[in-house]
Design a protein around this ligand. Structure first.
Ligand code: ADP
Length: 208
């Protein structure tokens, strides 16, 4: 069994399982992938991820899982806050969850602001190249603030929140995303169908 070291310099021996991702995917009838939605709070990540998951499950019989920021922060990452260091660790852990879930053969949809380019690129780099789709949910701050689906912008303007992406904390736009969706001018259904088309063109899914 191959010996490797983790970052704490402990020797570890990953077991070479007989069943591979390919076999798991074949049973499911589609390939594994990560749809990584990134953008400001209120840009439409959760809404889009939810609609795309619906289409994939109900129209394409796909095996999916949606990882949403708040749910992960409620459980797996409940020990993390919103400092730069914690945001980076938040995304690193989500990237590792994505690595496991793609190995399981699933299509993962993630809805995290993930404001730092380096953090998103790190996730890209732990996954097989053809499996990572960075989707930039591009929406002006003024529109996000007007939508304010969780009332967070109101709270920051009232001084109840200190660290907030786009206002007191930076958002680094993707330089080379697989897809850009301008949700202030393109409606939800059109955006969702563009993602599904991308998956069809990349042969992650196929028409039944
Ligand atoms: P985020 O997950 O990015 O914080 P949400 O999905 O929670 O954002 O909220 C986005 C809001 O914008 C929702 O109220 C949604 O109905 C609205 N919206 C308007 N147009 C679009 C669109 N084209 N795509 C996604 N959401 C949209």
């Amino acid at each position: 069994m191959a010996k490797i070291h983790n970052t704490m310099d402990n020797p570890i021996y990953p077991y070479p399982t007989s069943i591979t991702e390919n076999e798991r995917s074949k049973i499911k009838g589609h390939k594994a992938a990560v749809l990584w939605f990134t953008g400001l709070s209120g840009s439409g990540k959760s809404t889009l991820a939810n609609r795309v998951e619906q289409i994939l499950c109900l129209e394409f019989n796909s095996h999916t899982y949606l990882l949403d920021g708040d749910i992960i922060r409620e459980g797996l990452n409940r020990d993390l806050g919103f400092s730069e260091k914690d945001r980076t660790e938040n995304i690193r852990r989500v990237g590792e969850v994505c690595r496991l879930f793609t190995d399981a053969g699933l299509i993962i949809l993630t809805a995290f602001i993930s404001p730092f380019r380096e953090d998103r690129d790190r996730v890209r780099n732990v996954l097989p190249e053809e499996k990572f789709f960075e989707i930039y949910v591009d929406c002006p701050l003024s529109v996000c603030e007007q939508r304010d689906p969780k009332g967070l912008y109101k709270r920051i303007r009232n001084g109840q929140i200190v660290e907030f992406t786009g206002i007191t904390s930076p958002y680094e736009e993707p330089l080379n995303p697989e897809l850009i969706l301008k949700t202030a001018v393109v409606d939800l259904e059109t955006c969702a169908r563009r993602i599904v088309d991308m998956l069809l063109n990349s042969r992650i899914i196929s028409t039944l």
